[in-house]
Design a protein around this ligand. Structure first.
Ligand code: MG
Length: 375
């Protein structure tokens, strides 16, 4: 039995916004990303130990912006640390809320792990967590020839699972791109993500068109709100359909679970409001025979480490979306967390197991630290 956890009692909250440039513009059906903006948040206890989390909303996911997160911090400040649950003072939902909840949850788990000398993964799960997790490579938009070049390069560095963004151009173009990837990487598991780009008829046509190329799974073929269409597509598809964008809305998530509208649910801690909330969703999904995949939201290594600990705490499943560090041109730590040979090592030091690098933070910070003591 795990002994009861000591309470985490932060006495100070501080935060600093940052902007991480991407190595190259990353294209998906919902737009092009040139940089990632977020807010680093730290909780410190009265012995001077601290825990870190990040709030990096994706505006095109309807998660609000960094300005929304900063406004919430200004409005609620130290009150976020009061009450029985961290962040209890926050509104139920709204722009910036889920990512700020995630930052608070991750920072509290990091702090608690440092106090107890345990990793965040071991705090989350009952069983001994994995020390590494499988990761997929991500391939954005691009023509068939570019897709096969990226696929070959990813395979050469050891990735066995390749995730290709589809739904950017026509279905015929996508089929050519999938065919080119399969041709270049005959042994790989190929996973696709349409980011909700299609209507039901187009999705059905695309799913049939991809089938001859051996597809591991397809994420979010139709827009987030179309749960009935998702359920029909899922029931008929020759390979698993995953829900991603739909999972961020609690009412839609309930419908997915109730209707078993997907075989897999994508868990994004930044969208779900933290690791604790994501674990709860995973448990409810498992009761209904629905699997889970953990993915980052193109976070800094703080968010990637958090997602890796969550993935390590879950039962074996498909590869996770943990390779996004490869697309960052700067970070908050000295060495960005990236997979090696298709696997991401889960940091084993207490807490998240990573250290913020002050010099790196100085380069990417867009404003000074702000700090509030709990009275
Ligand atoms: Mg997705």
């Amino acid at each position: 039995m795990t002994p009861p956890a000591p309470d985490v009692r932060p006495v100070r909250l501080r935060w600093r916004p940052f902007r991480l440039p991407m190595r190259a513009r990353f294209e998906a059906a919902h737009g092009v990303m040139a940089a990632r903006e977020g807010v680093l948040l730290q909780l410190t206890d009265d012995s001077g130990r601290s825990g870190s989390g990040e709030a990096s909303p994706i505006p095109s996911f309807g998660m609000g912006t960094v300005d929304d997160v900063l406004a919430l911090l200004d409005a609620h400040g130290a009150a976020l640390l009061g009450g029985a649950v961290l962040g209890a003072a926050l509104p139920e939902g709204g722009p910036g809320v889920s990512s700020l909840r995630c930052a608070l949850d991750v920072a509290a788990l990091d702090l608690r792990g440092c106090i107890e000398g345990r990793s965040v993964a071991s705090l989350l799960g009952e069983d001994a967590p994995a020390s590494w997790v499988m990761a997929n490579a991500v391939i954005g938009g691009g023509r068939a020839s570019e897709v096969s070049t990226y696929g070959t390069a990813a395979q050469a560095v050891g990735y066995g699972v390749l995730k290709l963004k589809v739904g950017v151009g026509t279905v015929a173009e996508d089929i050519r791109r999938v065919a080119a990837l399969r041709d270049a990487c005959p042994e790989a598991l190929i996973r696709l993500d349409a980011n909700g780009a299609w209507d039901e008829v187009t999705a059905t046509e695309a799913i049939e068109g991809f089938a001859p190329f051996g597809i591991e799974l397809l994420e979010q073929p139709v827009p987030a709100g179309e749960i009935d269409a998702l359920a029909r597509i899922n029931a008929a598809a020759p390979y698993p359909i995953a829900a991603d964008e739909a999972v961020g809305d609690p009412a839609l998530l309930e419908r997915i679970l109730e209707q078993r509208a997907a075989r897999i649910i994508v868990l994004k801690p930044m969208v779900l409001g933290g690791l604790t909330a994501a674990r709860a969703v995973a448990a409810r999904a498992a009761e209904r025979g629905i699997g889970t995949i953990v993915t980052t939201t193109f976070d800094s290594s703080v968010g990637t480490a958090a997602a890796a600990h969550l993935a390590a705490s879950l039962a074996d499943g498909p590869a996770h979306g943990l390779s996004t560090g490869e697309h960052l041109a700067a970070d908050l730590v000295a060495r960005t967390l990236v997979p090696e040979r298709g696997r991401l090592a889960v940091p084993q030091a207490p807490g998240l197991g990573i250290e913020i690098d002050e010099a790196s933070l100085e380069v990417v910070a867009t404003a000074p630290w702000r700090e509030m003591d709990v009275r």
